[in-house]
Design a protein around this ligand. Structure first.
Ligand code: HXC
Length: 257
């Protein structure tokens, strides 16, 4: 891995991936996205890993797709390159994926953060879809996910003006769950990750899948999907252990079985 740094055991049950193209503000070129896809795929299959944190550096989570690499391409070249198949695979990660965002999260960077399950922002975070300023539009889900996250009016403002949104605004509009001082970003995300990692990984995966359904389908189908996953947790030893531990007033010991 050249453009990302992977800490498989950042903390017990928690892995960390750091985007690492600092000079280019972590601009997302195809190589970086492929490395990210491969690392996520690997961590998703590693039993000891239960939660994955994705972060950048203090200046940038990611300032978008690599404009220099895209600028001269024709529509047909872009189509054949099919970079979004990599993004589609990232979307299929089953474990919780938490975005820790400082600095710029713009264009594809904002879209990548929104593909995570939740975003924690530091005070320096700036979110935006500024593609309009360079004669294009969001291409990795920005018009859809931002609109679902912040509502139509705010999404229209951001996407049609290219303006950036502060961390406080992102929290106010429901894009990020909280804003913390820069030095508290990783401790805060790690605390969240560890809390999730302590739960049954089976229940966590089924819950994540079910919440995502809320975005992908209408209510009746979403409720039916949730119900099936709810029943499915009763096929796990973890559900038996979790409920028995409650009854016996002790801490559960989840084995992921
Ligand atoms: C390539 C980038 C880049 C990008 C920054 N850089 N963003 N290179 N692609 N998206 C490079 C700059 O060229 C510069 O390199 C170095 O990083 C530092 O950037 P500066 O512009 O000098 O920094 P600053 O003045 O602080 O401004 C920061 C910034 C600005 C506001 C974030 O860099 C900016 O506007 N970047 C582009 C943001 C954007 O439009 N993103 C959307 C891209 S389209 P050099 O070598 O010149 O010093 C997109 C579509 C997604 O994401 C579709 C899905 C794939």
């Amino acid at each position: 891995m050249e453009l990302i740094i992977v800490h498989e055991q950042y903390a017990p049950g928690v892995a960390l991936i750091q985007l690492n193209r600092p000079k280019e503000l972590n601009a997302l070129n195809p190589q970086l996205m492929q490395e990210l896809r491969d690392a996520l795929h690997q961590l998703d299959r590693t039993e000891a890993v239960r939660v994955i944190i994705l972060t950048g550096n203090e200046q940038a989570f990611a300032a978008g797709a690599d404009i220099k690499q895209m600028a001269g391409k024709s529509a047909v070249e872009m189509l054949i390159m099919d970079q979004f198949s990599t993004w589609d695979q990232i979307r299929k990660v089953k474990k919780p994926l938490l975005a820790a965002v400082s600095g710029f999260a713009l264009g594809g960077g904002c879209e990548l953060a929104m593909m995570c399950d939740l975003i924690v922002a530091s005070e320096t975070a700036r979110f935006g879809q500024p593609e309009i300023k360079i004669g294009t539009i969001p291409g990795a889900g920005g018009t859809q996910r931002l609109t679902r996250a912040v509502g139509k009016a705010k999404a229209m403002e951001l996407i049609l003006t290219g303006r950036f949104m502060s961390a406080e605004e992102a929290v106010a509009y429901g894009l990020a769950i909280k804003v913390v001082p820069v030095e508290m970003l990783m401790p805060e995300v790690l605390a969240l990750a560890r809390e999730m990692a302590a739960h049954s990984p089976i229940a966590i995966q089924l819950a994540k899948e079910a919440v995502n359904r809320a975005y992908e389908t209408h209510l009746d189908e979403g409720l039916a999907f949730e119900r099936k996953n709810f029943y499915l947790t009763f096929a796990s030893e973890d559900q038996k252990e979790g409920m028995q531990a409650f009854i016996e007033k002790r801490k559960p010991d989840f084995k992921g079985r």
